[in-house]
Design a protein around this ligand. Structure first.
Ligand SMILES: Cc1cc2nc3c(=O)[nH]c(=O)nc-3n(C[C@H](O)[C@H](O)[C@H](O)COP(=O)(O)O)c2cc1C
Length: 364
């Protein structure tokens, strides 16, 4: 890695140069005209900060206490499929990078590395962030139960059920190139009997038949001792329904603009969901992802009321061109920029980050 890589955008350019055309289309692409993909990034950039000066910054840190344990940093790597297609180190490299930077990691159901091996690599690291597993619903409840038992036994601390991808997104760039997975790279926990989440099988290809309903969410929550979060929530009523069924939290996400185009940005969706949840379920977690590319973006997510945020493509770009080192560097840049933003806005700790640190046309 050269010293000229000092931003997440530099990592993006390096990844594009390192990856083949089809892999680049798969990892970087979005649905339709990629309006939501761009809007996610733009919306964070459009928010302005409102610093307070001369605050006491002594004893500053980024620690928080969520889901019963301390996190070094309110940032997790979002679940992303087929990481061994990006780099041979794949999910191993990603898990090491996240642990080294005190960030959490959500392992995708479509991981290309076995879940036990990923967990065994980092589970005993006392300094790491949370280790979660992301599930897509499987119509066969027996298979799902077996998978749940494996996830719990491996030491994952929470389940993330992704609910916004009943069918594969219409991703034009990916459809042009197909998904020529390299020899030996596959989704190791994806049952061969389940609908294949690939464009080559057609857009619907049975996926919608297997899509979960609220009754399935209720069943899932009753099947596991792990806290369950729903990912892909964009409507306040859906957030409230999830929490009233016993979910521990929601992840405000439009899947990084990969599934349904022309949704608003998550920075725009977040405030209404935070408002609804905080009134009725003050203990519930609200996380957000989509378009975070700077430490200032993470700061803005927390200022809008999120407990933590997830980052997707940039960390995959770091992995793609430089393996675990590249992914760790992306997370380190986010950390450094976030800590600088905290200091420069007068926030020694996360609880100092509030809506008053965002500039508004209207007097607050
Ligand atoms: C290549 C790629 C694969 C993804 N795979 C999954 C997945 O398996 N499960 C899931 O819930 N979300 C998946 N996502 C969505 C991410 O978890 C996350 O919501 C999104 O990438 C956040 O936006 P960002 O990339 O702008 O940070 C994937 C995203 C990308 C870019």
């Amino acid at each position: 890695m050269t010293t000229s890589i000092i931003t997440l955008q530099d990592h993006e350019h390096a990844a594009q140069a390192a990856l083949g055309e089809a892999a680049w289309a798969y990892f970087s692409g979005g649905a339709g005209d990629e309006i939501t993909l761009r809007r996610n990034v733009d919306a964070w950039q459009r928010l302005n900060l409102s610093p307070r000066v001369l605050q006491d910054l002594g004893g500053g840190h980024t620690r928080c206490h969520l889901l019963g344990r301390e996190w070094p940093m309110p940032l997790l790597v979002a679940p992303m499929a087929y990481q061994r297609w990006a780099h041979p180190e794949g999910e191993f490299g990603m898990a090491l990078a996240a642990a080294a930077q005190g960030c959490g990691m959500v392992l995708s159901h479509q991981t290309s590395t076995p879940l036990h091996d990923v967990a065994a690599l980092v589970a005993t690291d006392a300094e790491r962030g949370p280790l979660w597993f992301q599930l897509y619903w499987l119509a066969d409840r027996g298979t799902l139960r077996e998978l749940l038992a494996q996830i719990e036994a491996a030491g994952f601390e929470a389940l993330v059920l992704t609910v916004d991808a009943a069918v594969h997104g219409v991703r034009d760039r990916e459809r042009r190139h197909g998904m020529p997975l390299p020899e030996g790279v596959k989704a190791v926990h994806w049952p061969t009997s389940a609908p294949q989440n690939k464009p080559s099988t057609g857009l619907c290809a049975g996926l919608a038949d297997a899509a979960p309903t609220w009754a399935d969410v209720h069943w899932l929550i009753g099947q596991t001792r792990l806290p369950v979060l729903l990912k892909g929530i964009t409507h306040p009523q859906d957030a409230l329904q999830a929490l009233s069924l016993g979910a521990a939290g929601v992840i405000v996400s439009n899947h990084g603009g990969r599934v349904l185009d022309t949704l608003p940005a998550t920075a725009e969706l977040l405030p209404r969901i935070v408002q609804a949840v905080r009134q009725q379920h003050p203990q519930a977690l609200v996380l957000v992802d989509g378009g975070l590319r700077r430490g200032t973006d993470l700061f803005k997510a927390l200022a809008l009321g999120a407990d933590a945020a997830l980052i997707g493509r940039p960390v995959l770009y770091g992995l793609a061109h430089a393996g675990a080192h590249g992914a760790a560097h992306v997370l380190r840049l986010m950390r450094d920029e976030f800590e600088a933003t905290m200091a420069l806005t007068g926030c020694a700790q996360l609880q100092n980050i509030g809506i008053d640190r965002l500039w508004s046309q209207k007097p607050i």
